[in-house]
Design a protein around this ligand. Structure first.
Ligand code: CA
Length: 232
């Protein structure tokens, strides 16, 4: 297996060193930046498999780095874990709104962070290995070629838009998608949509999912995500 590369942007040397040391011991290749702008530059050039971003940084904060990554064509799908200095819900919500995959609040144990990193990379690998057009997660399988959705053995009949929304969510279990981000991914940036259009589609998908409706979770104030079954 390829060596997995992790970028760390963290201005507190002690914390960065502990993270880098522990990731290195697990066989990861690590690069580190202390400055936000330099961190973003490093990520753009190095294209790591995952980025760990502190929120409070000199130059450019972690939320802004996250936003930049999600808007850059060739790095927009890099998984991101945010480090939050305090249990500050606003930071965390902002980070998730910008497309972070997960967050962890300081102080944290290196073990905990490594487990989160591994979990995200493991999920990523499952979806990378399967042919790009065959997605499977928990009881759900999505066949993009045949436009087929199954829950266990039952075929679920979705509209074209519902199908696109579901595919988008299930490609990144656990990741929160903002409403407007989902809409632009599904309908394109040019689509004229009224606010909350996405809610109507989600409601309809859930209805068709019946007992499995909880697979699509609402994240208050942010948007939607496909349930991260591994974290249960
Ligand atoms: Ca900091």
């Amino acid at each position: 297996m390829n060596i997995r590369r992790i970028a760390i942007v963290e201005d507190e040397p002690d914390i960065a060193e502990i993270i880098a040391y522990n990731l290195g011991r697990e066989g990861f290749e690590v690069q580190h930046a202390e400055h936000g702008t330099e961190g973003l530059k490093m990520i753009k050039e190095w294209k790591p498999d995952l980025a760990i971003l502190d929120i409070m940084l000199p130059g450019m904060d972690g939320v802004e780095i996250c936003r930049n990554i999600r808007q850059a064509e060739n790095i927009r799908d890099i998984p991101i874990i945010m480090l939050s200095a305090k249990d500050d819900e606003i930071d965390v919500v902002l980070g998730l709104r910008m497309g972070a995959d997960d967050y962890i609040t300081k102080p944290f144990s290196p073990r905990e962070l490594i487990e989160r990193v591994k979990a995200i990379l493991r999920r990523r690998r499952i979806n990378d290995d399967s042919s790009e057009n065959q997605l499977a997660y928990g009881p759900l399988s999505v066949d993009k070629d045949r436009h087929e959705v199954k829950l266990i053995d039952d075929n679920i009949d979705l509209t074209a838009t519902e199908f696109k929304i579901l595919s988008c969510l299930v490609e990144r279990p656990g990741r929160v998608f903002k409403r407007d981000d989902l809409l632009s991914r599904v309908l394109g940036d040019d689509a004229i949509v009224i606010d909350r259009t996405i809610d109507v589609h989600i409601r309809s998908i859930r209805k068709k999912f019946g007992d499995h409706r909880d697979l699509i979770e609402t994240v208050r104030g942010v948007g939607y995500r496909f349930k991260d079954i591994e974290s249960l």
